[in-house]
Design a protein around this ligand. Structure first.
Ligand code: GTP
Ligand code: MG
Length: 346
């Protein structure tokens, strides 16, 4: 499950990538696609860890891929190689340049860059959809498939991304095997000047992002890099000076996690407090399998304590005494923040 950092040359992708992963990829001149692992910050894990004082505390992780922009071309566009690299990503974080920096060529034009990126993706999808539609008609394919591709065609022709179509309008099964881009979840991050780090997105940009069915946020990559370089003890005062409640990167990572439709359930104990990622909608048996295949195979039941309930009572014993322990079967749909204890027998 990969999230791609995408965008035009010099928008700040590698700066964001390095700050999140602690890696040291060269900034300023494209380079190769890079993959890095990012820990998903979670205050609930911090709290649980403070209570259990476990030997190990493990956060959920996700992979980010730094996809370099294209250099040396006159117009802002994507080559077929660039498109291919973007297609390999499950969800996209588009980093828009909003900062002024004499070291970077040109001046910031985030609105125009968003339109250019969107237009490229629509064009790439139209090519795929048109080719399939033509063949499907020739081969007298299933009428449902033709209808679906016709709907995608009209949507793209009116420059609307496919992610705007509801499950009801478009059967997602039809899209499997086609590397469509405008269907992928999209987070647009405006990388702005240091002085504007804590300001909300400009209203027109925010409106346009919503129209595209995407999520939006602003950050300053250089400020984030500065925050990350500080000792933990010095961070709160620095953040307060900037008018930030938490590093923007924390929200960025959490939003990206949500884009992949991931939620976390927790396991707790003296040995380990741990967050486990699962797809939203997963049942208890699948969740058990994330921990160990034996737990899925020999699943008997799941004892569930929602995080808030646990914090309200302070311990597993108190939750049990108040009759708040949920005992659930394998079909139980796991909720974000559930503390699970799997009973199994193999
Ligand atoms: N002032 C300022 N400079 C920034 C900011 N973010 C990135 N830069 C600078 O802009 C230049 C490009 O940043 P990169 O992170 O390499 O950009 P990129 O998107 O990875 O670029 P490509 O990989 O070439 O597409 C570097 O010199 C960065 O130091 C920012 O928030 N403020
Ligand atoms: Mg880069």
């Amino acid at each position: 499950m990969k999230i791609g950092l995408v965008g035009f040359a010099g928008s700040g992708k590698t700066t964001v990538f390095n700050t999140m992963t602690g890696l040291d990829a060269p900034v300023g001149y494209g380079g190769e696609v890079r993959l890095g692992t990012v820990r998903v910050p979670d205050e609930r894990i911090d709290e649980l860890s403070a209570i259990f004082k476990p030997k190990k505390t493990i956060y959920a992780e996700m992979s980010f891929c730094d996809v370099p922009g294209e250099h040396g071309s006159e117009k802002k566009g994507l080559s077929s190689r660039g498109l291919q690299q973007i297609r390999e990503q499950e969800a996209l974080c588009l980093v828009l340049r909003g900062f002024h920096n004499p070291a970077v060529e040109g001046s910031p034009a985030p609105e125009a860059d968003l339109e250019a990126f969107h237009a490229e993706c629509v064009l790439a999808d139209l090519g795929i959809v048109e080719r399939r539609l033509e063949r499907a008609r020739k081969e007298n394919a299933d009428a449902r498939e033709i209808t679906a591709f016709e709907l995608m065609h009209t949507t793209l022709e009116s420059e609307r991304p496919l992610r705007l179509l509801s499950e009801h309008e478009l059967d997602r099964e039809m899209l499997k095997g086609y590397a469509l881009l405008t269907h992928r979840p999209l987070l647009v991050a405006l990388n702005r000047d240091e002085a504007e780090a804590a300001e909300p997105l400009p209203a027109p940009l925010e409106a346009r992002i919503a129209e595209l069915g995407a999520a939006g946020m602003s950050l300053s990559a250089s400020v984030e890099a500065d925050i990350a370089a500080l000792d933990a003890a010095d961070q709160p005062a620095f953040l307060e000076d900037l008018g930030l409640k938490e590093p923007a990167l924390t929200r960025f990572i959490r939003t990206a996690y949500g884009l992949l439709d991931l939620i976390s359930f927790f396991t707790v104990g003296e040995d380990e407090v741990r967050a486990w990622p699962v797809r939203r909608g997963s049942n208890a048996k699948t969740a058990a399998g994330r921990i160990h295949s034996d737990l899925e195979r020999g699943f008997i039941r799941a004892e569930v304590i929602p995080y808030e309930v646990f914090m309200e009572h302070g311990s597993e014993a108190a939750v049990r005494d108040h009759g708040k322990l949920q005992v659930e079967g394998k079909e139980y749909v796991v909720a974000d923040g559930d503390i699970l204890h799997i009973r199994f027998n193999v």
